[in-house]
Design a binder for this molecule. Structure first.
Ligand code: NAP
Length: 319
């Protein structure tokens, strides 16, 4: 027979672990299904596990390494009695109370746990190019977050790949630091909105490399250049840059909830009046329900909201 918990939290980035801290301090003994370390996209700790220095998380005047910050979140959650299991939710049934969550591969067998409330904090992953050198140099010149890492490229020449609003927004932000930003786009027309295009075209520090794809990221311990191929002519060359920002879109980690929770057209979970999802008793926080801000501190804030909403829900239902 499976255990019925008050709160099960799926995901262990800043949102999930903040929810765990609050739920644990409310004596709700939350169980956190923190994911598995096997994949780079949804390993325990979320996207901060893939970054190096984090300088914009309030309270850390001198910055902190992403993995260390997440270890501190974990320790704080555990200190108040949150139980963390290094497993992945492979299937959920949110159609009736108590909700059921499976962790066996393929979602087979009995549910691993049942719960009165579920907090979904599975995050989003940046889409990556999948070219040689990209993975190895992630956090060492390859970045997916200009807000987080732009500061490290003061006076340097860098590149951004992508042609949508994200790429242009990242590029415009990066011109505050970098001396030159090359936007590499695989077509001749941008997908981004007109206003963003106008701003980017008007910025003297931004240049465009059209009809080009990045075929490799070069460098031993940090980025020294990117290999480019012109898709029209096939010509190849190396562009010397010390940073590459990959801005080709994000994908929320919502597959396991498909068909059970309302999502927008991009797959982000819709939340209402705080962190409530379309299913009573299920709450969502962090990047999985936020395609706009996607910062550690906003994720943590929404994790706090989800725990308080779950606590109030349990109270209203006689717990
Ligand atoms: P997006 O609109 O899907 O654009 C992704 C871009 O990356 C496209 O230009 C695409 O090229 C390119 N791309 C995709 N896969 C690629 C690959 N493997 N190699 C090279 N290039 C690749 O994604 P987004 O820019 O993240 O924006 C997502 C949504 O958020 C959009 O609705 C956007 O308007 C919104 N957003 C708004 C703002 C704002 O208003 N300030 C800021 C950020 C995002 P193609 O064009 O050839 O497909």
């Amino acid at each position: 027979m499976t255990q019925v918990r008050d709160v099960v939290i799926v995901g262990s980035g800043p949102a999930g672990l903040t929810a765990a801290i609050y739920a644990a301090r409310a004596n709700l003994s939350p169980l956190v299904l923190e994911g598995e370390p096997s994949s780079t996209s949804d390993q325990p700790g979320g996207q901060l596990m893939l970054t190096t220095e984090v300088e914009n998380f309030p309270g850390f005047v001198d910055g902190i390494q992403g993995p260390e910050l997440m270890q501190r979140f974990r320790d704080q959650a555990a200190r108040f009695g949150a139980e963390l299991q290094t497993v992945k939710a492979t299937r959920v049934d949110l159609s009736s109370q108590p909700f059921a969550v499976w962790t066996a591969p393929g979602g087979t067998g009995e549910p691993a746990v049942t719960a009165r409330t579920v907090i979904v904090a599975t995050g989003a992953r940046s889409l990556m190019l999948g070219v040689p050198g990209e993975d190895r140099l992630l956090g060492h010149g390859v970045s997916t977050c200009a807000t987080c890492d732009g500061f490290f490229f003061r006076g340097q020449e860098i590149a951004v790949v992508g042609g949508g609003d994200s790429a242009l927004e990242e590029a415009l932000f990066l011109t505050r630091f970098a001396s030159k930003v090359t936007i590499v786009h695989r077509r001749k027309e941008l997908r981004a909105s007109k206003i963003m295009q106008d701003r980017a075209f008007a910025n003297e520090r931004i240049v465009f490399r059209w009809d080009s794809v990045v075929t490799a990221v070069e460098g031993d311990t940090s980025v020294t250049g990117i290999a480019l191929r012109d898709v029209g002519t096939g010509a190849e060359e190396t562009l010397a840059v010390s940073g590459l920002f990959v801005a080709i879109g994000h994908q929320p980690n919502t597959d396991v909830f498909a068909g059970q929770l309302d999502m927008d057209e991009s797959g982000y979970i819709r939340t209402f009046g705080g962190s409530r999802s379309s299913v009573d008793g299920v709450f969502a926080c962090g990047d999985v329900q936020d395609s706009v801000y996607q910062q550690a501190v906003t994720a943590a804030g929404s994790g706090c909201m989800a725990a308080i909403d779950a606590e109030r829900w349990l109270e209203a239902h006689g717990r």
